[in-house]
Design a protein around this ligand. Structure first.
Ligand code: SF4
Length: 343
């Protein structure tokens, strides 16, 4: 089976205690069942602590629940006691693999690094053309040999990425074009004749509702919640900066390559594109606030934190998709009208 990687994938190395965020912070740690069994056999103080900390979550999966915002094995030197005590080979699959993500499709596998890792985010932000191998000839051939649906989605994904990279246009217009293109793709997937969009009833009542929704999410960091709330209070005075698109473009591409092909199962290409639109408006306005107020946080951290708070949360992503289905303010026409006010 063909495996596809972004260009920087094999250069990535975890920077451990030099990391400004860390995957040992904020999240419960998933423990696969083979690792759980092994941890039950470890002798001594470390083994006792492992057995004491192992719990099951609401899905009946084994985890080490986060304690005061930290993995219970992340020590004061910001190093892992399990790594030090019994070796890297005994880390759980999640700990050993993060931020590497492998997505298996029937015809091929795609590998990415998660934007929730600051070091991986830096690689993505400084690399152009990182996904040149994605949707290439071999992947396309494999898709065509097995399934017309997948090859159709691969072509639509490539076109979506091309639209996002059209640097002749302001980024908000590129997103509007992506929505329009994918509305047509969605019609084809639904077995309908694609129709031109009608803006007669499009409403643009500002983006307050996006901040309301993001503040209703499960939020791990109090500072993130505060930043969202501060931004919402100043929406009238904020404008997404021109330079923001240079960085957001990389986040958007990552997102397309990570999520667009979910449509193989969901039958919906608009979910992933609408989530990018929400991310653009919320992070773009946070960036504008940080600039205005002189917050000492690089833009990378805004995008990385969004990935950690929203993209990586199953519950928050499901809430977004449900709102897209339920709330007409997320219709393609309304989002395009909203994006046009962002330029
Ligand atoms: S977030 Fe990335 S760089 Fe930071 S500790 Fe985890 S894998 Fe390492």
């Amino acid at each position: 089976m063909r495996d596809v990687y972004p260009s920087f994938y094999h250069q990535f190395k975890c920077i451990a205690n030099l990391c400004e965020d860390s995957c040992c912070k904020d999240w419960d740690i998933d423990i696969d069942s083979a690792t759980e069994q092994f941890y039950r056999s470890v002798q001594g103080e470390l083994g006792d602590k492992m057995r004491q900390k192992l719990k099951t979550d609401e899905y009946d999966e084994w985890i080490f629940p986060v304690e005061n915002g930290r993995c219970p094995f992340w020590n004061r030197d910001m190093l892992c006691d399990i790594f030090i005590g019994i070796g890297e080979e005994h880390l759980s699959e999640t700990c050993a693999g993060f931020p590497r993500v492998k997505i298996d499709y029937e015809e091929f596998s795609e590998h990415l690094l998660s934007f929730a890792c600051p070091e991986a985010a830096r690689f993505m932000l400084r690399t152009d053309n990182a996904y040149a191998d994605f949707g290439g000839e071999e992947e396309m051939q494999a898709a065509e040999n097995s399934d017309g649906y997948m090859s159709f989605l691969l072509k639509a994904r490539s076109r979506t990425a091309e639209i996002l990279l059209d640097r002749e246009l302001p980024f908000a217009y590129r997103l509007a074009d992506c929505l329009e293109f994918n509305a047509q793709v969605q019609s084809v997937l639904n077995g309908e004749e694609p129709q031109p969009l009608s803006f007669e009833n499009a409403e643009t009542d500002g983006c307050d509702f996006l901040f309301d929704m993001h503040l209703r999410f499960e939020i791990m960091s109090g500072r993130w919640k505060q930043a969202l709330s501060d931004t919402q209070k100043q929406l009238a005075a904020l404008k997404i900066r021109d330079g923001f698109a240079q960085d957001f473009e990389k986040f958007a591409l990552y997102y397309v390559y990570r999520y667009y092909l979910e449509a193989v199962n969901s039958g919906d290409v608009l979910y992933s594109v609408k989530r990018i639109v929400c991310a653009f408006i919320v992070t773009g306005l946070l960036d504008a606030l940080f600039e205005k107020e002189g917050y000492p946080l690089p833009r990378m951290r805004i995008l990385q934190r969004y990935s950690k708070e929203v993209e990586h949360s199953y519950e928050n992503t499901e809430m977004l998709n449900a709102e897209f289905d339920r709330d007409s303010r997320f219709s393609v026409e309304n989002l395009i009208a909203l994006l046009e006010t962002m330029v």
